[in-house]
Design a protein around this ligand. Structure first.
Ligand code: AMP
Ligand code: GLY
Length: 449
């Protein structure tokens, strides 16, 4: 285990609030990416937070003591560690431990934990469940069919309209969605999921659904199971290359708020999507507490749900949380204990832009292990695939870090982010140069909006 005091990158713990650290809370944050770094930094600003553990964390998280030996999916290990360290609260951030039931395990052990229970996390853990749930509750989404037999799915894709979308039922590291423009692509995609079992049991069933078109919006929300308070909307950039080309990734950059998500559309989504989801989950005995992420598409036939995630988005969190004016800790606690209210969640005016610096080759094979320089010169950096050796930082993953810029306007936020991107260097670094460009075009009235 590394001690927090040995480390320090762009920010030292002392930068996050003078004179506190008295009788505050000891909090664990599960996960190791940029999203978890954004959560840690927001919590570190809280006057009620005394000590942070990042489990396992990464070498660039200077606000926390990292626990490199403990995997996010090691439920027994995390419960044991939380007991030993007498943690007051654990924030479970990634999908896998949530879907495995880490929150239930911690709660059973008497340790309050942020995030949905295993039964509520099924909203992300099973796309078949999510689609059937939406159908039961009249929540707008793409038309779909479910198949558990490869031969039946194969028959179906020979006659369906194209393009067609094929999704593995379970978690698949964000790679289980195939958008097939030709029958050949559909056949290959289906075979890889159900035949080859590229994603293991996640491919025991598939959802085959209608292809939708329109701007996409990510809406992360806080919920205590009764009330739901959306965060600022955001726009992810999922493709690897400029111009929205290349393969899908976990996300190469984000802007917030999303200019397509007008107040009118937000109101419609609240009535038709957000509230019915929370109420539906409660009715079904799967009360959802935590962060619920709505992946929406503003289609020609109105807003539709593309996917639910049972957690913060990555890199959405890195763009949205820097605009939060309120203390994050009481908000998270109110999701866990109940009593969430809009008054608790206040936002700064302005905009943000997060640009992901990746290792060239990501999301495919890439080389890493190169020294990272310049991050201390940046205003806001969130570390992801980063290792620390003898006080120096090295790339160790596909998405290495995120650089965030904020500003009064979107162009200012974008400019500020890219100005800082220029200061960072590591060998094999690659990033998109057009994060936010599409939003600017949409705001300018191009692209049909
Ligand atoms: P996911 O891995 O579920 O986030 O999906 C990846 C991406 O696939 C989404 O962000 C969308 O861009 C796209 N996608 C998913 N479902 C559909 C659909 N029914 N129609 C069009 N695009 C889709
Ligand atoms: N950025 C997309 C996700 O977190 O799923």
């Amino acid at each position: 285990m590394e001690a927090a005091s040995d480390r320090g990158t762009a920010y030292e713990p002392g930068d996050f609030g003078e004179g506190k650290r008295g009788e505050g809370m000891k909090i664990g944050v599960i996960g190791s990416g940029g999203r978890e770094h954004a959560i840690l930094r927001a919590l570190w600003r809280s006057p009620d937070c005394e000590k942070l553990y990042a489990i396992p964390g990464n070498g660039g998280m200077s606000e926390a003591e990292t626990v490199p030996g403990l995997k996010a999916s090691d439920l027994d290990g995390i419960v044991k560690f939380s007991r030993e360290k007498e943690l007051d609260y654990v924030v479970v951030s990634p999908d896998e431990p949530l879907v495995l039931g880490l929150v239930d395990r911690l709660m059973e052990a008497g340790i309050p934990a942020f995030g949905p229970s295993r039964s509520a996390a099924l909203l992300e853990g099973s796309k078949v469940f999510a689609k059937e749930f939406m159908k039961r509750h009249g929540i707008p989404s793409a038309d779909y069919r479910v198949f558990s037999e490869l031969s039946e799915a194969e028959k179906y894709i020979e006659d369906c309209e194209l393009p067609i979308v094929i999704k593995a039922d379970g978690l698949a590291l964000g790679k289980g969605v195939i958008i097939a423009k030709s029958r050949e692509e559909a056949r290959i995609g289906l075979w890889s999921i159900m035949g080859e079992k590229k994603f293991g049991h996640s491919g025991d069933r598939v959802v085959v659904e209608e292809y939708l078109e329109g701007p996409e919006v990510s809406v992360l929300s806080f919920t205590d199971g009764e009330r739901i308070v959306p965060m600022l909307s955001s726009m992810d950039h999922k493709r690897a290359l400029d111009g929205d080309l290349g393969p899908n990734t976990g996300g190469m950059g984000v802007i917030a708020p999303n200019p397509c998500y007008t107040e009118e559309i937000a109101g419609e989504c609240m009535e038709r999507i957000l509230l019915p989801t929370i109420r539906g989950m409660k009715e079904e005995g799967r009360i959802f507490r935590g962060c619920l992420y709505f992946g929406l598409m503003l289609s020609g036939k109105g807003p539709k749900v593309i996917e639910y995630n049972c957690r913060f988005g990555d890199p959405e969190a890195q763009a949205v949380l820097p605009l939060l004016r309120s203390d994050l800790l009481p908000i998270l606690l109110s999701c866990t204990r109940g009593g969430l209210s809009e008054e608790l969640v206040r936002w700064k005016a302005g905009h943000s832009c997060c640009v992901i610096l990746a290792s060239d080759g990501y999301p495919g094979a890439f080389e890493s292990g190169y020294e990272i320089t310049g991050t201390k010169l940046c205003r806001e950096v969130y570390m992801a695939g980063v290792e620390r050796k003898e006080g120096r930082l090295f790339s160790s993953g596909g998405r290495v870090l995120g650089v965030v810029g904020t500003g009064e306007s979107l162009p200012e936020a974008i400019e500020s982010a890219y100005r800082d991107v220029e200061k960072v260097y590591f060998k094999n670094m690659r990033y998109r140069r057009d994060i936010g460009a599409r939003a600017l075009r949409l705001m300018g009235g191009e692209d049909g909006i």
